[in-house]
Structure formats: C-alpha cells, structure tokens
Design a protein around this ligand. Structure first.
Ligand SMILES: Cc1cc2nc3c(=O)[nH]c(=O)nc-3n(C[C@H](O)[C@H](O)[C@H](O)COP(=O)(O)O)c2cc1C
Ligand code: SF4
Length: 484
C-alpha cells in the first residue's frame, strides 16, 4: 500500500504517508507550558503509528489568550523537548510543532487587523517566527510548520481581503506574498537548510471576495520556490464571516468558512480533495515536488490509498478521524481496518475548542482525557439473546428507530441504505434511539445497527428493517422513466 510507504521530507523520514494536522487540545494552562496531558495526547498518536504528527498551534509571541501552547520564550523549550522525546520513544513517528502568530481580539467583538500593524510590528513578527523555529529545532522536533492558514496573521497577509497599501499591499498577489517571503527567509536563516520547514495555508478562503484555488496554486508555487519542504492545505476558518457571541471574543469557525474548515456530518466525504489535487498538479507541472497534504473528511483507508495512487496527494491528513482513533494507521497496517473507530463528524470536539474546554472525542468513554488503548484481542459487543429488536416507525417526514441495548458498548453505528444502494453509516449514537430526518418520500430505506466498543470492536449487525417513505399528500407525481 502506498499509504504505508515511507516518505523522506528533507531528511525527515516519515514511516508512512499519514499525518495528523494540528488540532488545538486546550490541555495546556494559560501559562502555555507543555504538561503531562499534552505529552500523553501526542504520545498516543505515536503509539498509533501516525507518520507525521503536527503539534497544535503554539504562540510565537506574548499576546494574551485562553489555554494555548507557547514557544515564545526559551523557558518553553524544556517542555517541548519532553514532548518530542516521548513521541520518538513511542515509535518512528515524526513530530513538528505548528507555530502561529495571531492578532488581538476582544470580548466586545473588536479585532486587530493586519492593516493596524506598523513597520516595526512586522519586523518583530518576522523575528519571532525565526526565534520560535529555532526553539523548535533546539527542542528536538523533526521540523517546524508555519501556520499561514485560517484567521491568523500570515494568512491575513495572503488574503484577497488584505487592505494594506505598502510593500505588503493587498492590491497584488506579490504584495500579499511579501510577508510569507520575509518570514520564510528569516526562518531558514535561523534553522538552516537541513531542517524541514512546512507550511499550512488555505486552498480556498471560502469567504466573500476571498481567494480561490486559482490563486492558491500560485501561492503554493511561490512557497515551493522559496523552499518549503511540505505544503499542508486547509480551507476557510476566517474572522470575516465569524458570528460574534455577546461577551465572547470572535471565534473564526462560526460562519460558513468555519463549516468549510471542519465540515460536519451533512457534508459529503472528501469535500476538499479536488483542491489539493489541483494545487499539487500545478506545482508538479512546474517542476516542484514538496509533498502536499490533503485534508478534509478523509476517513476511509480505501479513499486515502486512492488519493495517493491517483497522484492527488502525497500525504493524507486526518484531524478528527485520528482524534477519534489514533490507532488508525496501526490498524490499517495490521489489516484490522474493520476495527477503526469511525469519526462521525459531529463536531463536539470543535465546540469544546470554541468554549476553551479540553478537547476530547464524543466517542471516547465518558470522562476519558485520551483515546482508549488499543485492544486487538477484545471481544466484540453482543446483542441480547433475543436480538436487537430494531423497530422503525414513519413519523411525518422522519423515521424513528429504536433497539435494545447490547453489552459493553460505547455506541451504535446506524447503517442506512437508500433504494437498495450500498449501506453506509448514517449516524453513530450513544443511546438506543435515532431519528433520521433526511429521508425523501417515494424512496425506500433499509436500516440496521451495529454496537461498537471503545476500541472499535463492532458486534454483528442487528436484523434489518425497511420502510417505504410515503409521498406528501396532494403532490403532483410523475412516474420515473426507465433507469438506464
Ligand atoms: C478541535 C480542533 C482544533 C483545531 N486546531 C487547529 C490548529 O491548531 N491548527 C490548524 O491548522 N488547524 C486546526 N484545526 C483544523 C484541522 O487541522 C483540520 O484542518 C480540520 O479539522 C479538517 O480536517 P478533518 O476533516 O480531517 O478533521 C482544528 C480542528 C479541530 C476539530
Ligand atoms: S467529537 Fe465527533 S467530530 Fe470530533 S473526533 Fe469525535 S466523532 Fe469526530
């Protein structure tokens, strides 16, 4: 499998092509120091054999914020050294920190903008990036990732909404790229050529007047020309369309661009894979080959392998799926993909982040601060002797399902097939009930349920039930033509 082949990124050899992109954990205190919970979170990914582990965004500067990791002073190096060592002890996984500069925000909804930055402010941001990258090297990380995505400072320079009028002018693409160029030069000067420097930026801003993949291709080309060692893509997550909650600082994932950044369960799978493919194709055709990380609702090993085999990505990024089950790579390698705990894209983790609460997965056992340990020999949950007694009732425009509890479960996958098509997981729930509100009158739906435990062991399917959804009364109805 290409997915499991090693990949050399400027001397950093990934054991496979699977990456966990940065995900804020809110496990650190406001002091920003690495603590045991943080170390445990990243060791867990290493135990699961994730090829590239990107440690959550950490501040390069002193600005006040909620619980957030920091790398803004030499005092923080020791904690990061512990984190990097824990990952290296656990497996061959490689680990890089994502370093971030962000602007000030206030509870009133006010936010500082890049247009407010003086020439002196810009110089100190550039210097801070260089120093933070150097600290990453000193801490024993395998490389460093510049956060140039979402609502944050570097991304705002790249944005089509950049309104500066100086050397960093938003009027030209070159002007928008100028800050990246200066930061990259400074980071290289500090860490040297033999230390991998990756970057994360937006394949699409997903806001009104924001840039699209058309410009993202050229931005990626410049980044490749400037010697970035890998490009990790994301989408959206901007302040411009964020919804302000009274008394709270703006959270950049509350508008449409936030939905696009962390697409929920109503989005189809792989909504952004075509963007990574287009960007990779463009820079490769120009003779540049920094590995491109594709991300966004990739969860199935078959999809992941296909993206690599078709040349649409070099590395598969999975954030929420690997949070739900950090053992995904190990299970795939050991031919136990059927034991993967599937992320259901409920975005409970996102809501925790938004509320400055410790980020965990809805599917973990109650109270767990880390994903449960892998249990390859664990027994799958079983239905009671008389079965699951799955029942379905049509109630207006919805189908109500109920079934009996199985032993030792953490939740239930509800499978649905529409009009005899393939059965896919429609929802995962923790109770023994589910209401399906996305059915269409005139079509036939078949359901069954499987219980799963905290380790991904899934029990046998329940009996199946089929319902025919009635059409609304009085609706004019034309018979379908023959299906060809
Ligand atoms: C709780 C949470 C925290 C996140 N924190 C970061 C972050 O620190 N830096 C970043 O670039 N992206 C962050 N993201 C975005 C993810 O890296 C990823 O791009 C997004 O979740 C889509 O990928 P997925 O569909 O595989 O989850 C975060 C996402 C979540 C759910
Ligand atoms: S909380 Fe929901 S979206 Fe987040 S990782 Fe768990 S299942 Fe996925």
């Amino acid at each position: 499998m290409k997915l499991l082949e090693p990949l050399d990124i400027n001397g950093m050899v990934l054991p496979n092509r699977i990456a966990v992109p940065a995900m804020v954990t809110r496990l650190s205190g406001e002091d920003g120091f690495v603590n045991d919970d943080i170390v445990d979170r990243y060791r867990r990914y290493a135990e699961g054999e994730v090829g590239l582990i990107v440690v959550e965004a950490m501040a390069i500067h002193r600005s006040k914020s909620g619980p957030l990791l920091r790398i803004s002073h030499d005092d923080f190096i020791e904690g990061h050294r512990r984190l990097a060592a824990a990952v290296h002890e656990a497996s061959d996984s490689k680990v890089v920190p994502q370093i971030i500069h962000f602007m000030k925000v206030a509870r009133s909804g006010w936010r500082q903008r890049i247009e407010d930055l003086s020439a002196g402010d810009i110089e100190s941001i550039i210097e801070d990036f260089g120093l933070a990258a150097l600290r990453a090297r000193e801490a024993g990380y395998d490389g460093v990732e510049l956060h140039s995505a979402h609502a944050y400072t570097l991304s705002s320079f790249l944005s089509r909404r950049n309104r500066r009028k100086d050397a960093y002018s938003g009027r030209t693409l070159e002007g928008r790229l100028a800050m990246f160029g200066r930061v990259m030069a400074e980071v290289r000067r500090r860490v040297g050529d033999d230390f991998p420097v990756g970057i994360r930026f937006l394949a699409e801003e997903a806001i009104k007047d924001g840039y699209t993949v058309d410009e993202a291709k050229r931005i990626a080309l410049r980044m490749a020309q400037a010697g970035v060692d890998y490009i990790s893509l994301s989408v959206g997550g901007k302040f411009e369309d964020a919804v302000h909650r009274e008394g709270q600082p703006l959270y950049p994932y509350t508008g449409y661009s936030g939905d696009r950044c962390m697409p929920g369960n109503w989005y189809p799978g792989l909504p952004h894979a075509h963007l990574a493919a287009e960007i990779k194709g463009f820079i490769n055709a120009k003779g540049y080959h920094p590995p491109v990380i594709s991300v966004g609702k990739i969860a199935d090993p078959v999809d992941a392998e296909r993206l690599l085999a078709e040349g649409k990505a070099d590395i598969i990024g999975m954030a929420r799926q690997l949070l739900a089950d950090p053992d995904w790579p190990k299970k795939v390698r050991q031919d136990r993909a059927d034991r993967i705990v599937r992320c259901i894209y409920c975005n409970v983790c996102k809501q925790l982040d938004e509320n400055f609460r410790e980020v965990h997965c809805f599917l973990w056992p109650k109270g767990a601060r880390q994903a449960p340990a892998d249990d390859p020999d664990g027994a799958a949950p079983q239905w009671p002797e008389d079965g699951a007694a799955l029942a379905a009732a049509v109630d207006g425009g919805q189908v109500r399902l109920a079934w009996k509890a199985a032993d030792g479960v953490i939740g239930y996958d509800v499978y649905r097939s529409e009009d005899g098509g393939p059965a896919t997981v429609a929802e995962a729930v923790k109770s023994t009930r589910h209401v399906d509100r996305t059915v269409l009158g005139g079509l036939t739906y078949t359901y069954y349920v499987r219980a799963f435990d905290a380790h991904g062991n899934a029990g046998p399917p329940s009996e199946a039930v089929t319902v025919e959804m009635p059409l609304p009364e009085g609706l004019p109805f034309r018979e379908a033509a023959d299906v060809r």
